[in-house]
Structure formats: structure tokens, C-alpha cells
Design a protein around this ligand. Structure first.
Ligand code: SF4
Length: 676
């Protein structure tokens, strides 16, 4: 007999859909969307619908603790007991601490599950108490956007996704929405049905661009210049809201002084778009109220990424587009929830003077003979670093070191787990309760377990409780139950919780985050929370941290002629689901016909894509959907798809973005030739 159970999608995706899970004999047999979350209302992506049952129960699932019995990277393991696994970890990590101190230990975790408990709760308490090096993980993705948004608006929520349907002009900027922001499309389509115009800015004619009234196929990394040009055009058209600027904007003159250095014709040449399209967009923006911008994740992944986002965020401030539902900027959703991270992760347990390591430096630091103390023990969890980190070849070399002990905590056997010394099997989110805010929408959800833990797997919280006990940590912080952790994760006294304790949020509904009983509207019921209380186009705080209080532009200089972009796909969520048989096919490299002809390349032929950092072998897809000078291949594919053990992350550059020291995947410059 089958039963339907409520759950929530925990994956690294802005939508955080509510799910209805079919369970038969304690097995997940089907996953569909549910109506519990009115934003996601019954619809989910095909990857979750098609792949989740196999992800939970398939051959790749980790069911028992294991220890490595072959060379690192070869995936030879044998089953051991939980006691033996915890003993090995305690012994090996204890040895590292005795030789090098606790900061030689590093948690290498990222955003596999987005539940607050599975993400960063008991795990961080453990590492904080251990005295391990701290990890700054946001630079890998999201950190640049977070800094740009916070520097401009502070920790305040932006326009809720559902208000897009109220707009008369929607600008989808660097957001492959049909693949990775599904529910934005529902509201874009609703707006269009009421007569709204849709503008898409993207180097590729992605699906949403096919439906647009105007598509600007921008050169990657030049978004800041386009936003400046739009500001200049708005000024030329008399489109500035000077009263709003006077009352609510800081740094107007300085921002415009930078922008005016890029008049429309000059900017259009840099961005590779027709100047007339820039003028048209500025005119439409001026004429449309409400007008909303919905930006994506990809446009931050370059050395001008923070500047691009800040300059885009300036446009609604200059044109007075805030203060009405459906206007402004879809962003800052994470600020909508009354999270209490200090209660959850207990940073007060961190010993004074503990260093922080940028996640994108980990591969290099593991190989750095001068690092003091060296990194000698890693805990890899919620993460698949050999697939997603820039500098893939360095990361492989680093994880292969025999003098680095690696404990892996994972749901499925991944390319990174192949380097672990000991693997502890973790539950999927279907096997434990958790609470889910979102980073792309403003509904809070909770889910209970829908099946028992598969095999001997345990929730992350319990794994770290057991590790804490094995290391002799007997503080009450390590005996906290999952219910207590949930209640520590969010402030139950905040009116947004509507009287619910986090652990008591009904699983058949989602809590809409409200301000004075309504959805947030910036300059309606919520205001900027910057140091000045204004929208900061010039930010002293960002200037102090990163060197420039204003957006800047630096072209990428490289001997390699083509720009490689690596967006999300409709096959995997980052790298999740990459281990399934359905994802064995090697991703295509998309190239414009003119670039293919110049190199004598045929559609469907295998090509090598290379630069100084690596070489990837891919089948070629010739298409005019991608602009000339740019090639495109999806991120997240596993080594099983690769002919030479490298995927596109091997080509990503080492330099860092202008904000948050973030990763610059889309600054990869490459050459392409036929594979002999
Ligand atoms: S991956 Fe995104 S779109 Fe797909 S089910 Fe999960 S939250 Fe929804």
C-alpha cells in the first residue's frame, strides 16, 4: 500500500519546492510537487521528479560506514562498523592535532542539502569546539551576490518572487530560469499574459530568451558596463527620480561619474550588444511601472561580478522603481527569515585567533608546504569538491596526498568520496526532520522524515553528535536533540513565525514571511538596513573590505580567445544526481557557427577544450544560440562522463572576484580544436 507524505526539496536551488512523496514499504517510489507552498504550487523540476527515488535507494547510495582499502581516488572500500569508523577518525584526527594543533583540521562542506539542521548545525558546533580552522564557504557561489546586495541594501528582503506577476516590465538578467529558477517562469508568464514586456540579458539564447520581447546577448563579465550605460540612458531621457535619490540614495554623484565614462555606444561595443537595444531597454524601463529585475547566479561568477550586481541594483534606485508591489529587484530572500545562526552553530565555542580559510583556496593550501599549521585532516560533507571547485586538477592532486586524512560524510558515493579514508553514510533529507528557509523565495517550511534511514545511515546531526561523544565533548551543546536544534535555528518570538515554534510549523503549509501582515515591499513596509539607512551606490563598508567603494570594471586579459561559461543544467542540481546512470552522457560544448568554421570543426565531433590549467574532451554542438566568442558547457558532470578524467572545473581560473573573494568560473578563457 502506498501513502503520500509531505516533504520539501532541500537542493541548492532558489525555489525550495514543497513535495508530495509516494512511499511504499518504506521506500520512496515517486516524488511530485505539492500545494503546501503556494509559490511552488504543485510543480517541480523533472530532475527531482525523475531521479530522487534512485538517488535514495539506488546502487550508488552509501549504506554502511566504510574504510578505504586501495589507493586514494580508486574507490576501493570495505564495510566497517560505526564504532570502528569513529575510532579510526578519532585516532587519525587526534594524531593530526597532537602533531600540528587543531587548526590542521578543516571542515570542507558546502550546500548539498539546504535544511538548516543538515546544513550547518551540530557539525559546526563540533568543529568550533574542536578548534578546527574555519571555512569561508560562500565564495564558491552566492557570496558575491550576498555582499553586493548587503552592501547596497543591507540585510533587508527584496521583492518576493511572486510579485513578478504584477510587473509591466520584467528583466531576467543572467538567469537561466527554466533550468534553475523554475517558478520565476510561472510569474513571468502571468505578467506577460497581462501585457508585460520581457527582456532577457544572457550570453546564450536560453529558453526564457526565446520568449522575450528583447534579448541582449551580452559578453560575459560586462554586466557592470551595461548597467552603467542604462543609467546614462535613463539620465539622458530625464528618467531619474530626483526626489527619491535625494531622500534615499547615497553616492549618486560618484556612481554616475563612473557610469558617464561609458556612454551607450562605447558600452555597447564592450558588451557586444546593439546600442539601439540598450536605448530601447532604457526607454521601456522608464515607461514601465512596476518594473522588476530578476537576476540569476551566473553573472556573479567573474572578476567584475560584484560590480555588475551593484550597478544593476542601482537602476531601480535611480529610476524610482521601489515602493510598489511588483517593482524593484528580486533578491535578498535569505534576509526574510528570522534566523538565529549564533544559537544554532555556536560560534562562541571557537577558540580566539582561529584562522578562516576561503573554500576556493583549499586545494592550493593542501599542497602548500609553507602553510603553518598545514592542513592535515579534512571532513568533506554536503559537498563534492573535485567536481565543483575551480582548479580541479590541483584539488585532485591535493586530495590524493597520503599524508592528509579525509573523513567523508555523504549520502552517495561521489568522485570526492573516492579519496576518503573513512566514509560515514548520511541520511537523505527524506530520512530526517528539518526546517527550510530559502534563498530565492520567502516561505518557511518544515518537513518530517518520510522513510526510516536507509541501511545504517544517520542524519548529519546524529553523526556529529557521535563524533563529539567520541572526542569526549560532553557539553550540553552536543546533547541537543534535533527538535531543540530546530528551535534554536529561528526566533520563535519574531512575528514572522506567526506564533509557531520552528519545530511545530505544520508540514502541510508554508509560512509566508510577512511584515505588518503583508509581503515585503522595499520602501513600503521594509527599508534598507545599510549603515546610512539609504541605498548605498557608494559603500564605505565594501570599500574598506575590498578596496573600492564603487563598482569597477576590469577586462579579462588572456592569450586564449574564447570565453567558457558553465551554467546550471536541467540534469543536475550543481553536482547532485551526477552519479546516476541517467547522467552518464558527456555534456556538449556549444559553439557559434562562425567560431566552429574558423577552426574547421564539425557538429558532433569530439573536441579538446584547453587552457593552462587543464584540458577537457567534449562533443561539439554548433548552435547560434550562443554568441560568437563564447563557448558553453554545463557544470556539475562527474568523472564518469569524462574521457580523460577532467571536467569543466579543470578550466576555471584561480583569480578572485571583486567582492567576497569569490570564484570566477565564467572568466575561463580557452581554445578549442578537433580531438585527434
Ligand atoms: S531542484 Fe529546485 S525546482 Fe527542482 S524540485 Fe528542487 S527546489 Fe524545486
Amino acid at each position: 500500500m502506498s501513502v503520500q507524505k509531505a516533504s520539501v526539496c532541500p537542493l541548492d536551488c532558489p525555489d525550495t519546492c514543497s513535495l508530495s512523496v509516494t512511499v511504499e514499504h518504506d521506500q520512496v517510489t515517486a516524488v511530485q510537487g505539492s500545494d503546501a507552498n503556494p509559490l511552488t504550487r504543485g510543480a517541480i523540476c523533472a530532475k527531482v521528479a525523475n531521479y530522487y527515488p534512485e538517488f535514495v535507494h539506488g546502487a550508488n547510495r552509501l549504506r554502511h560506514p566504510m574504510k578505504r582499502v586501495g589507493p586514494k581516488g580508486e574507490s576501493k572500500f570495505e564495510r566497517i562498523s560505526w564504532d570502528e569508523a569513529l575510532d579510526i577518525i578519532h585516532h587519525r584526527v587526534g594524531d593530526v592535532i597532537a602533531r600540528h594543533g587543531p587548526q590542521a583540521v578543516l571542515p570542507l562542506n558546502y550546500a548539498g542539502p539546504h535544511g538548516m539542521l543538515a546544513g550547518d548545525s551540530m557539525s559546526l558546533r563540533f568543529f568550533h569546539r574542536l578548534g578546527a580552522s574555519l571555512l569561508s564557504r560562500r565564495p564558491l557561489c552566492g557570496g558575491i551576490r550576498g555582499e553586493a546586495y548587503a552592501g547596497t541594501f543591507g540585510a533587508t528582503p527584496g521583492t518576493p518572487l511572486q510579485q513578478v506577476s504584477l510587473a509591466k516590465l520584467v528583466i531576467v538578467w543572467g538567469n537561466n530560469a527554466t533550468a534553475c529558477n523554475l517558478h520565476l517562469m510561472r510569474h513571468v508568464n502571468a505578467a506577460k499574459r497581462k501585457g508585460a514586456k520581457l527582456v532577457v540579458i544572457d550570453p546564450k539564447r536560453v529558453k526564457v530568451a526565446e520568449q522575450a520581447h528583447l534579448h541582449l546577448a551580452i559578453r560575459p563579465g560586462t554586466d557592470v558596463v551595461l548597467a552603467w550605460a542604462l543609467a546614462v540612458e535613463l539620465e539622458r531621457l530625464g528618467g531619474f527620480d530626483h526626489a527619491f535619490i535625494h531622500n534615499h540614495v547615497l553616492g549618486f554623484e560618484a556612481f554616475m561619474a563612473s557610469a558617464r565614462e561609458y556612454p551607450t555606444d562605447v558600452a555597447a561595443g564592450i558588451c557586444g550588444v546593439p546600442a539601439e537595444d540598450v536605448r530601447t531597454l532604457a526607454r521601456w524601463y522608464l515607461e514601465s511601472t512596476p518594473a522588476v529585475i530578476a537576476w540569476g547566479n551566473g553573472l556573479e561568477r567573474n572578476q567584475n561580478g560584484g560590480s555588475g550586481l551593484r550597478a544593476i541594483a542601482a537602476l531601480p534606485a535611480l529610476a524610482g522603481k521601489f515602493g510598489v508591489p511588483g517593482g524593484g529587484l528580486v533578491g535578498g530572500a535569505g534576509n526574510a527569515f528570522p534566523k538565529t545562526p549564533d544559537r544554532l552553530a555556536r560560534p562562541d565555542l571557537v577558540p580566539p585567533g582561529t584562522r578562516t580559510i576561503n573554500i576556493i583556496d583549499v586545494g592550493n593550501l593542501l599542497l602548500d608546504g609553507d602553510l603553518d599549521p598545514p592542513l592535515k585532516a579534512l571532513f568533506i560533507y554536503n559537498h563534492n569538491p573535485v567536481i565543483v571547485h575551480p582548479g580541479q586538477n590541483r584539488m585532485k592532486q591535493a586530495l590524493a596526498r597520503d599524508d592528509v586524512f579525509i573523513a567523508g560524510i555523504e549520502v552517495a558515493m561521489t568522485d570526492s568520496m573516492a579519496y576518503a579514508d573513512v566514509i560515514l553514510p548520511a541520511c537523505t533529507h527524506f530520512e530526517h526532520a528539518d526546517v527550510y528557509p530559502a534563498y530565492g523565495q520567502q516561505y518557511l517550511q518544515r518537513a518530517d522524515a518520510v522513510i526510516a534511514p536507509v541501511g545504517e545511515s544517520l542524519p548529519n546531526t546524529e553523526i556529529f553528535r557521535r563524533l563529539a561523544a567520541r572526542f569526549g565533548f560532553d557539553d550540553p551543546a552536543f546533547r541537543t536533540s534535533d527538535t531543540e536544534l530546530m528551535d534554536a535555528a529561528l526566533d520563535a518570538a519574531d512575528p514572522r513565525m506567526q506564533g509557531f515554534r520552528p519545530s511545530q510549523i505544520p508540514t502541510d503549509r508554508a509560512l509566508r514571511m510577512e511584515y505588518d501582515g503583508a509581503e515585503p515591499v522595499l520602501f513600503g513596509n521594509v527599508m534598507p538596513r545599510t549603515p546610512s539607512g539609504r541605498i548605498e551606490l557608494e559603500s564605505a563598508a565594501l570599500g574598506a573590505r575590498y578596496g573600492s567603494p564603487l563598482p569597477t570594471f576590469r577586462p579579462v586579459v588572456s592569450a586564449y580567445p574564447l570565453t567558457l561559461i558553465t551554467p546550471a543544467s536541467d540534469r543536475r542540481t550543481t553536482s547532485t544526481f551526477g552519479g546516476l546512470a541517467a547522467n552518464d552522457a558527456t555534456p556538449v560544448l556549444e559553439m557559434h557557427p562562425a567560431d566552429a568554421e574558423a577552426r574547421g570543426l564539425r557538429d558532433g565531433a569530439w573536441v579538446k577544450v584547453w587552457n593552462d590549467r587543464g584540458e577537457v574532451h567534449l562533443p561539439l554542438g554548433i548552435t547560434d544560440a550562443i554568441r560568437p566568442g563564447v563557448v558553453c558547457s554545463e557544470k556539475g558532470a562527474w568523472f564518469r562522463t569524462s574521457r580523460n578524467g577532467q571536467t569543466v572545473s579543470a578550466l576555471a581560473p584561480a583569480h578572485k572576484a571583486d567582492l567576497a573573494e569569490g570564484a570566477c568560473y565564467n572568466d575561463a578563457r580557452v581554445e578549442v580544436a578537433a580531438l585527434q
